[in-house]
Design a protein around this ligand. Structure first.
Ligand code: ADP
Length: 898
């Protein structure tokens, strides 16, 4: 028997480091093939290995029958699969069920390439859009032991609790002294640890040694040292590990499926905690099949409850019978799998984008991969990640292998959804693209364009982007529907089924990307964030498209087309206008009156009624006033951009255990609390008039409101006519950027875009800009809460505090418009607009005459504003972020532009 203390049991030296960093499994496995392979070898291209173990008769019959049946079907099918680079007959046999096999690499009808080892990136790059290959680039980042340790270490530093499933690991020789310090420290505390030393790029247990004393560990190149999990869960007294299969169908966005069955691989000597006498007994401490099959004790069995290789199904039954919580074990394992692949995702995503640069995000990618995770359960049934294989063995030495692996491959192929129409569609898209390039109009330089044309062009561009996003979201929804119908023995683990878990993963994903990008070229950062930008759901995209349509249509006539709601007479360069009609239902309602009907308060005071649920909310049953599922937040989410559907689906499985339900409730409470805090902060916010105190600004707003009839036509003219869409957006952006700052502070998140609350606010902002600013203008009418209808069509239910925040934001935007309008009037020497209204009373809106500043007694500014103290720099009240921004704009004179 090989001895660990004698040195590594490997008779082969560890493999040299992988030059392209793609992982150990890039090398074709050399282990012996099974008799299934011999069987297939007779019909296929595979040559029969001499060391094959004979397979059960029943399995052989099954295989023969299967291959006969498929031969009949083969002619009908047009789908070709290239499996020449596999030595596993089970792969070929299953492939035959999905189409005909081909040996030609360049056959355009070939839909699938299967290789036992990883493939060069050039191969991935040259695939047609409808073709698939069974490896992703850069998977070596988690499949090589040293790369896994390096990438995990970064994530562990950022999220030690989330990644506590990885045994402590050191990469030698670089971390030799860190390791020695740690081991000495442990020793000082009189604790004892066993360490397992493995070649950095090893496999199948080669070169593995156990050490009880850290001093004896040699300083070798290319190896890793790991804390040994010394209290494993035992099955009949034997240590075992699990071979768990995960199917990754896409990296952009990430899609992961966990197979419901797998292998339980047991040691062949009864387990005893490591001591000086048994550390070299590798049949006891290592669970690799390739090692244990060499032991005379190794038992193959037809009976699922005996033998040294069993199924995960058997283990689940065993655990259930012994009153263990199987669901909780598998939820933990699924969590481990997702978190591990989150670490790999930025590397894979980037490498994939590099070789498929033109691929539309969310479209079916060309790569998929079946990964074999080795997982150890400790005495408390806590899973530990041991390693990940990108070329797990599909050898079928025993019936159990065949049953599990053929099912796994079959269900994987099914999920890939290869069909003839993909090819037709792919070729058509390719043709369209080449024609576009060939016949595309030469670009007109922007300098030749009129302002109107430029605007039209930018709207068209935006529309095009939105349409692409919409198509992407719909493609993903269709794909998800297909997956749900054909999920087979898989369970989707990413995107997760519930929003709470999604939110948790989003945070990790965001950090994984940040870690990956830190120190990289800013162009790469920009590219990735562009890909990930815009967290829009289908209904939000539709909202925005509608807005673009309206804007585009409005500009299709020569010059601005008057809206039904726009003033019929436009005063040039003067906010004061005659004879205007507006789309306000009660002409004479002042903003103050409107406040009381819609949001509640006077300009300079917080909203008193802000927390009252809106009529819309009141109509709903109480249960519906809670969001059905929680939002994602705090995460960068390019990433989650694409998965709106799966996130909104309520989870049944995740709610299964009480622990998760509690966690849900806690997260909900926390979020409600943060929303309430946001509301308080928003209520504290004031729009600052540049150079004036808050009181003075409040006073200005009061004056405008009190003399609404006078100001109304002027403000309407200013907002709806004078300002173009860019300037209108600038006004709204004053509030938007300050609201973002509040969210950043309150939610302690640098990634505000991914907060559900911000997404809600964004819909409100968009609504206010809707139809040339008519959205905001409507808010000055008695039906000032009509913007709330944007939520009535949405699948998301808005909570009362969220609605109150939205109302406050609408109020701030209205105040902002009034202040900007007043400022613009004063800047043009027409402080008259405010003062005239005072001098003349409120008669102007009825007479609809333009006040003549020379005839109107204009009080001096000093009579309008009490300057005592407040204007002196020493006693000026501290500036709110909003006032700071206003002041900055003021200083940069961009107000004048408005
Ligand atoms: P290889 O790729 O060479 O198979 P692994 O990392 O999978 O190397 O380790 C081989 C076996 O050693 C595992 O199947 C497991 O039984 C055991 N093992 C590895 N690491 C640990 C550990 N940290 N604690 C306990 N057992 C381990």
């Amino acid at each position: 028997m090989p001895s660990a203390t004698d040195g590594p049991i490997a008779h082969r030296p560890p493999r040299p480091p992988d030059p392209d960093g793609l992982g150990d499994s890039l090398v074709l496995p050399k282990w012996g093939a099974s008799s299934v392979e011999q069987l297939a070898g007779a019909t296929g291209t595979y040559s029969k290995p001499s060391s094959a173990i004979s397979l059960d008769k029943e399995v052989e019959d099954k295989l023969r029958a299967l291959s006969q049946r498929k031969k009949v079907k083969r002619k009908k099918s047009q789908i070709l699969l290239n499996v020449t680079l596999t030595k596993y007959s089970v792969v070929r046999l299953v492939a035959e069920q999905f189409g005909a096999l081909t040996g030609k690499d360049d056959d355009p009808n070939c839909f699938l390439f299967w290789s036992d080892s990883a493939v060069p990136v050039e191969k991935i790059a040259e695939l047609k859009s409808y073709q698939k290959i069974n490896h992703f680039p850069a998977m070596g980042e988690i499949c090589r032991k040293d790369a896994l340790a390096r990438n995990m270490a970064r994530m562990i530093r950022a999220h030690p609790d989330a990644y506590s499933f990885v045994p402590k690991t050191w990469i030698f020789p670089s971390e030799y002294s860190i390791f020695q310090n740690y081991a000495r420290d442990i020793k000082r505390k009189r604790k004892h640890r066993t360490f397992i030393v493995k070649p950095a790029n090893g496999a199948m247990g080669h070169g593995i040694t156990l050490y009880r004393s850290h001093e004896k560990i040699p300083l070798n190149e290319h190896m890793i040292v790991q804390e040994y999990v010394d209290k494993p869960f035992l099955l009949d007294g034997y240590k075992f590990d699990l071979r768990v299969y995960v199917l990754m169908t896409s990296c952009d966005p990430l899609r992961l499926f966990l197979y419901h069955d797998g292998l339980v691989r047991m040691g062949t000597e009864r387990y005893v905690m490591p001591n000086d006498n048994n550390v070299d007994q590798l049949f006891m401490h290592l669970t690799n099949y390739s090692i244990n099959k060499k032991n005379d004790n190794f038992e193959r069995s037809e009976d699922v409850s005996t033998g040294h290789k069993r199924s995960i199904k058997y283990l689940n039954d065993y655990l259930r019978k012994n009153d263990h919580d199987v669901n909780s074990v598998w939820n933990r394992i699924a969590d481990l799998l997702v978190k591990t692949l989150i670490v790999a995702e930025p590397h894979i995503f980037h490498a994939y984008r590099m070789c498929r640069p033109g691929q539309i995000p969310g479209s079916d990618g060309v790569c998929f991969e079946i990964l074999g995770f080795d997982i150890l359960l400790d005495r408390k049934l806590r899973p530990w990640l041991i390693e990940i294989n990108r070329a797990p063995s599909f050898g079928t030495d025993e019936k159990i292998d065949f049953d599990i692996k053929s099912g796994l491959i079959h269900d994987s192929f099914k999920l890939l959804n290869m069909k003839q129409s993909d090819k037709r569609r792919g070729l058509a898209a390719q043709k369209a693209e080449s024609q576009r390039r060939l016949f595309g109009q030469a670009k007109r330089s922007d300098t030749d364009l009129t302002d109107l044309d430029k605007k039209r062009k930018s709207i068209e561009k935006r529309k095009q982007e939105l349409k692409e996003k919409l198509a992407q979201v719909r493609r993903e929804n269709a794909r998800e529907d297909y997956e749900n119908r054909n999920i087979g023995n898989f369970r989707r683990i990413y995107p997760p089924p519930d929003k709470f878990t999604a939110e948790k993963y989003d945070t990790l994903m965001s950090d994984a990307f940040h870690l990956f990008l830190s120190g990289r070229a800013s162009t790469l950062k920009r590219d990735i964030s562009k890909i990930f930008g815009g967290n829009l759901k289908e209904d939000e995209i539709l909202d925005q498209l509608q807005q673009c349509d309206l804007e585009g249509r409005g500009k299709s006539a020569k010059g601005p087309r008057p809206l039904a709601s726009m003033p019929s007479v436009v005063a040039d360069e003067d906010p004061e206008t005659d004879g205007m009609t507006y789309d306000i239902h009660e002409d004479d309602a002042t903003p103050s009156e409107l406040n009381s009907s819609t949001s509640s308060t006077r300009v300079s005071r917080p909203l008193g009624r802000a927390t009252q649920p809106s009529p819309m909310l009141k109509q709903r049953p109480q249960s519906a006033q809670r969001p059905m599922s929680r939002p994602m937040s705090a995460a960068k989410n390019a990433y989650t951009t694409h998965r709106s559907r799966s996130l909104t689906r309520p989870s049944s499985s995740a709610m299964q255990n009480e622990e998760e339900a509690k966690a849900h409730a806690a997260a909900r409470e926390r979020e409600d609390e943060l929303t309430r805090r946001t509301l308080c902060a928003l209520n504290e916010m004031r729009i600052k008039f540049p150079g004036k105190t808050d009181e003075e600004a409040g006073w200005i707003l009061d004056q405008i409101n009190d003399n609404w009839k006078y100001h109304k036509p002027r403000i309407a003219s200013y907002w709806l006519v004078k300002l173009d869409s860019i300037k209108r957006r600038k006004v709204i952006d004053i509030v938007r950027s300050n609201v973002r700052a509040v969210l950043q502070r309150t939610w302690r998140s640098s990634d505000v875009d991914s907060l559900r609350l911000y997404r809600i606010f964004n819909r409100v902002f968009n609504r206010l800009l809707w139809s040339h600013g008519q959205g905001l203008w409507n808010c000055f009418s008695t039906s000032g809460n009509s913007w709330e209808t944007i939520f009535s069509k949405s699948s998301d239910v808005i909570t009362p505090p969220e609605m109150s925040c939205c109302r406050r934001i609408v109020k701030l935007c209205r105040d902002c418009l009034l202040i900007v309008y007043q400022f613009a009037a004063e800047a043009k020497g027409q402080g008259a607009s405010l003062s005239a209204s005072i001098g003349e009373g409120v008669t102007h809106s009825n007479t609809r005459t333009t006040p003549n500043p020379s005839k109107t007694p204009i009080p001096h500014r000093s009579t309008l504003f009490s300057r005592t103290g407040t204007m002196s720099p020493g006693v000026a009240p501290p500036m709110t972020p909003l006032s700071q921004r206003m002041s900055r704009i003021y200083k940069s004179r961009s107000f004048d532009e408005l």
